[in-house]
Design a protein around this ligand. Structure first.
Ligand code: AIR
Length: 371
């Protein structure tokens, strides 16, 4: 029998991130309603009711929220001004402030600076002429990142000399930064409840062509840098009056920490918490938005998570046929269409030995790459 008295959790956005929170919500006995621009999205494997609509349609989103007890968003491409209006009437514990900053790189960088968190120098550009004058100040190599709608490497370009500026699309607003050699890219998954803030162990991220390739946890960090990163993360989540899971990304270059970006939602790098920790980022997010007390986070395992993109998806079945010392868990996103560079699934491996889990993780990655 269904526990029909249970709360309805509403999801704005129904991709894999929403899907994994929804799976946890269903396990706990909640009902799930979802709203997305597309039919047949990942969350549909778990949802009780799915509505298709635009992410800037206040009336449709308001009608959707009326059917839910608590609402969460899982994607930055939702209009923050609409969420601001909705939050006046409905329970949206993440609020709209974090979304407003995170959906625009100029605002996001200025916000970090206002909290005295170190960022890379950046200049806003809108044309190849502006690129040329900014390049004189910053020096090569450079990277431009579009101010809005830039996830998974969308809207990023690298420039090694002025000759590369020709390919820059006119009118595109980007922030331009020096492309610096990195010691490490690190993310922190932080969760803020009604009266507690908890952090997962920092995670080491390896990107290939600006898309997360694999993540390792815990990150091999100098204790002082780890402390600095955790303090900055707690400062951000608290300043935004945010409730839920938030991810912050940092660069470490020459032993110095720089804030890169934040995501007011669960995060790809945090997927490994599902197997590595006593409480996953998905469960923590639910605890937080449902106003439950937050459990203390414990991570008994060394973990690696390998992403599976469209071009690697056909090799996924081979993973279960290989003998590995570490336990490998496949998470399929149930997407309706396979595309190059589209995240289709991930594989997490855990072990008590870091060396072993890295070895097995690289084996899995090789299999996915057809080796
Ligand atoms: N997502 C959101 N920001 C970054 C990522 N990866 C997730 C969300 C969103 C889904 O990606 O879960 O709903 C969209 O995936 P796709 O493949 O349709 O672009």
């Amino acid at each position: 029998m269904n526990r029909q008295h249970q709360k309805v959790i509403g999801f704005l956005g129904g991709g894999q991130l929403g899907m994994m929170i929804a799976a946890c919500a269903k396990q706990w006995g909640y009902r799930v309603h979802s709203y997305d621009e597309h039919e047949d999205v990942s969350i549909c494997s778990y949802t009780d009711k799915h509505i298709v609509g635009r992410f800037n349609d206040y009336e449709a989103m308001d009608a959707f929220c009326q059917t839910c007890d608590v609402i969460t968003y899982e994607f930055e491409n939702i209009d923050s001004t609409v969420v601001e209006r909705l939050a006046l009437k409905h329970a949206i514990p993440q609020g709209s402030k974090a979304l407003w900053y995170a959906s625009n790189r100029v605002r996001e960088q200025a916000f970090a600076k206002s909290l005295a968190i170190r960022t890379l120098d950046s200049i806003v550009v809108r044309s190849s002429d502006e690129l040329a004058s900014a390049a004189k100040k910053l020096g090569f190599p450079l990277i431009s990142k579009s101010v809005v709608l830039g996830y998974d490497g969308h809207g990023q370009m690298r420039f090694d000399s002025e000759a590369d500026f020709e390919s820059y699309p006119d009118q595109l607003e980007s922030i331009l930064q020096r492309f610096i050699p990195l010691d490490m890219e690190v993310s922190v998954i932080v969760v803020r409840g009604s009266d507690t803030v908890r952090c997962f162990e920092p995670i080491e991220n390896i990107h290939t062509q600006s898309i997360l390739d694999y993540s390792i946890s815990p990150a091999r960090l100098d204790p002082a840098l780890k402390q600095e990163i955790l303090e900055a993360s707690i400062k951000v989540v608290s300043a935004l009056d945010y409730q839920g899971v938030m991810a912050l990304e940092f660069f470490i270059s020459g032993g110095v920490v720089y804030f890169n970006e934040m995501a007011p939602r669960v995060h790809n790098s945090g997927h490994l918490t599902h197997e590595a920790c006593n409480c996953s980022q998905f469960a923590m997010h639910l605890h937080s938005i449902c106003q439950h007390p937050l459990p203390r986070i414990i991570q008994p395992y060394e973990a690696i998570m390998v992403n599976v993109l469209g071009e690697n998806y056909r090799c996924l079945d081979r993973i279960n046929e290989v003998a590995l010392d570490s336990a490998a868990a496949i998470h399929d996103y149930h997407k309706d269409q396979m595309k190059r560079n589209r995240k289709m699934a991930h594989v997490t491996l855990v072990s008590d030995s870091r060396q072993q889990v890295l070895k097995d993780g690289m084996k899995v990655r090789d299999i996915l790459h057809g080796k």
